[in-house]
Write a protein that binds this ligand. Structure first.
Ligand code: KMH
Ligand code: ZN
Length: 278
């Protein structure tokens, strides 16, 4: 078990609107300010979705490149761009995200119902993403929304080899309506499956959407996993108490990790763990 806890912050996502969630960082300035505060609170990775001038999700390459540069010049965080985007984004736009040269990018391991929508991830698309990331020396974080996605990842690694950096890190995204549940039993079952199917040194983080946030966080810590927190997944801090900022969620995760005797990982250790070359 890792002696410390990797904390990833996912500050924005593609699903919530600024009208519904006024604290959501949607401009570059808001994102950078949140990133600085989250780094100070113990985050080492930032999972990034960006918005356009109307605060709508976008995969505009110029904006993504400027975002990577701004995060690099204002923080030491490991910058992970979402290649998932929004459910409406076409595959070629999602592949083009890699041209913004992040340290990491997400790679979702299968199609999943997403509320009334479908988050489409064809096998051929996943292989293309995995290979292009390796060619561009980008470290993937494999997103696991359901148990079969772990089995698909094992098959991908078997047929197409390890990712750039040689380390396999997955993130259990639990509680999407259409995917696996955000509860303690699911974290435990997925952690067991990861041990069974993935390389022995593979690591996992977990995030629970909405009400599943706390059970998933505490179970992931107990099971030796790492944490993802942020307003992409969680917009209520407690009952009838909206989240004030992403740093508030990172602070809570850091406190929980310290209580579990696995304090927040330094960014240098996170780079070593994930196989990210500076
Ligand atoms: N917004 C979801 C459709 C990712 O970032 O890679 C996809 C998602 C996963 O959030
Ligand atoms: Zn995302």
């Amino acid at each position: 078990m890792s002696a410390s806890t990797l904390i990833t912050v996912a500050p924005t996502g593609a699903e919530s609107s600024k009208q519904d969630v006024p604290a959501l960082p949607v401009t570059l300035d808001e994102l950078v300010a949140e990133a600085v505060a989250c780094e100070a609170a113990g985050a080492s990775v930032i999972h990034v979705h960006i918005r356009d001038d109307e605060a709508k999700p976008t995969l505009d390459l110029g904006r993504l490149t400027a975002t990577v540069e701004a995060l690099r010049s204002n923080t030491n965080l490991i910058v992970q761009l979402s290649s998932g985007g929004a459910v409406t984004d076409p595959e070629e736009h999602r592949l083009r995200v890699l041209e913004a040269a992040p340290d990491m990018a997400s790679c979702t391991m299968g199609t999943v119902n997403f509320g009334d929508d479908v988050f489409m991830n064809r096998s051929a698309f996943i292989v293309e993403l995995h290979q292009r990331m390796r060619d561009r020396r980008i470290v993937p974080e494999y997103e696991i929304f359901d148990l079969g996605h772990l089995v698909s990842l094992a098959r991908l690694l078997d047929k197409h080899g390890l990712p750039f950096g040689g380390h396999v890190h997955v993130d259990f995204v639990l509680g999407v309506p259409g995917g696996a549940a955000a509860d303690a039993e699911t974290v435990t079952a997925f952690a067991d499956a990861a041990r069974r199917y993935l390389p022995a040194d593979a690591t996992f983080s977990a995030t629970g959407i909405g009400r599943g946030t706390l059970p998933v966080m505490f179970t992931a810590l107990a099971a030796g996993g790492h944490l993802r927190v942020g307003m992409e997944d969680t917009t209520s801090y407690a009952r009838r108490q909206p989240v004030e900022s992403n740093a508030q969620l990172v602070r809570r995760a850091s406190e929980a990790a310290a209580l579990a005797q696995r304090p927040a990982m330094t960014i240098a250790d996170a780079r070593d763990l994930l196989g990210i070359r500076s």
